[in-house]
Design a protein around this ligand. Structure first.
Ligand SMILES: NC(=O)c1ccc[n+]([C@@H]2O[C@H](COP(=O)([O-])OP(=O)(O)OC[C@H]3O[C@@H](n4cnc5c(N)ncnc54)[C@H](OP(=O)(O)O)[C@@H]3O)[C@@H](O)[C@H]2O)c1
Length: 320
């Protein structure tokens, strides 16, 4: 299958940025529709990227955007919605997937890669995030045919430069007083490197063996949340006691923080973390990708910031 141009929905986000940079040397041209071009301007410096401000919830517009592309990659996902009845999750995950698949058919697109998440489960997922991700997965799976080859990816939490996991915890730990009460401390994760996730997408684009397949994507090691946050504090040079919050307090934190306009933590996030984010069937080795360890990458961005801070402090003391 010849893949010369792809359209990435949700391509302006963390994974999308890395993926665009990984696709570019393959000579693949990339179209990224975005709700706000200004917020996605970091992509303008990537050669071969065409950034278009568009409403991708409009099926007609989507069909136009897909007209001359060989593959569509759907990375759209949200961790929180503005309301609390699940309709925001449904719109971003289920309805958008439905529209993207319909637009693929109308525009004659032959290849569709779908980003889901480990734990996505339309029936047993405890959170709206997991339920709607699961429903979207089912739609994508059902759409696989001779005319549209579908591949689905289900990563655990993804790490890498500018991730929203280690960076977020480093930021929270920084402003926390001596003790940091951590909700759902025993939830388990197998963090997977964004570079490996992008590699899986790129490899699968043209590989017929991946057509119609679903791949869990995990790192080489499992950790509980407390281990990961303790590690972040150590790397960031922050002396904090990461205190495992009991379940009642985790729920209370979710309730209170969910009332903030920016929802730094919500009931839905809490519910998602009641299911372990790990898998016994890692797809990376099946794709020939050796999973990268957290310890090989995270110190380069969390630790480096700490060392820069020490250096600045030293300069200040030395009045230089
Ligand atoms: N990061 C992780 O640890 C992780 C783990 C497992 C699965 N995933 C999945 O991987 C995908 C990418 O994650 P990410 O971390 O790159 O996310 P991200 O940085 O938040 O980017 C998601 C993108 O989706 C678009 N988007 C958000 N809400 C939308 C909506 N309602 N309608 C249309 N577009 C919308 C945004 O693009 P514009 O605002 O520019 O339009 C945004 O750039 C998601 O599907 C996520 O669920 C991520």
């Amino acid at each position: 299958m010849r893949i010369e141009r792809v359209c990435i929905l949700g391509g302006s986000g963390f994974v999308g940025r890395h993926l665009a940079n990984r696709l570019q040397p393959e000579g693949i041209r990339i179209r990224v529709p975005t709700q706000r071009r200004e917020r996605a301007r970091h992509l303008l410096i990537v050669p071969g990227v065409e950034l278009i401000e568009a409403d991708i919830h409009d099926t007609q517009r989507l069909t136009e955007l897909f007209q001359d592309v060989d593959a569509v990659i759907n990375l759209v996902g949200i961790l929180n919605e503005s309301g609390s009845d699940g309709s925001g999750f449904r719109r971003a995950h289920v309805e958008l997937t439905e529209k993207a698949l319909a637009a693929c058919r109308q525009a004659g697109v032959k290849r569709y890669l779908h980003m889901s998440a480990l734990g996505a489960d339309a029936h047993r997922g405890p959170s709206f995030y997991q339920k709607t991700k699961g429903e979207a997965e089912e739609l994508a799976r059902a759409a696989h045919s001779d005319d549209l080859a579908v591949t689905i990816f289900r990563p655990s939490v993804i790490f890498g430069h500018e991730d929203s996991f280690f960076n977020r915890f480093a930021g929270l730990l920084k402003v926390a007083p001596g003790i940091f009460p951590l909700p759902t401390p025993w939830a388990r994760f197998a963090p997977v490197y964004v570079g490996d996730v992008c590699e899986a997408f790129v490899l699968s684009l043209r590989d017929r063996d991946t057509f119609g397949q679903t791949y869990d994507l995990c790192g080489p090691k499992e950790y509980n949340l407390k281990e990961l946050v303790d590690y972040t504090a150590r790397l960031a040079g922050l002396k904090r006691i990461v205190w495992p919050a009991p379940d009642w307090l985790s729920r209370l934190q979710a309730k209170l923080l969910g009332l903030w306009p920016t929802k730094p933590y919500s009931r839905d996030n809490y519910l998602s973390a009641t299911v372990d984010n790990v898998s016994s069937d890692n797809g990376l080795p099946k794709l020939g990708i050796h999973p990268t360890a957290v310890e090989a990458v995270v110190p380069a961005y969390i630790g480096a910031r700490h060392i820069r801070g020490l250096y600045n402090q030293f300069r200040k003391t030395a009045r230089r």
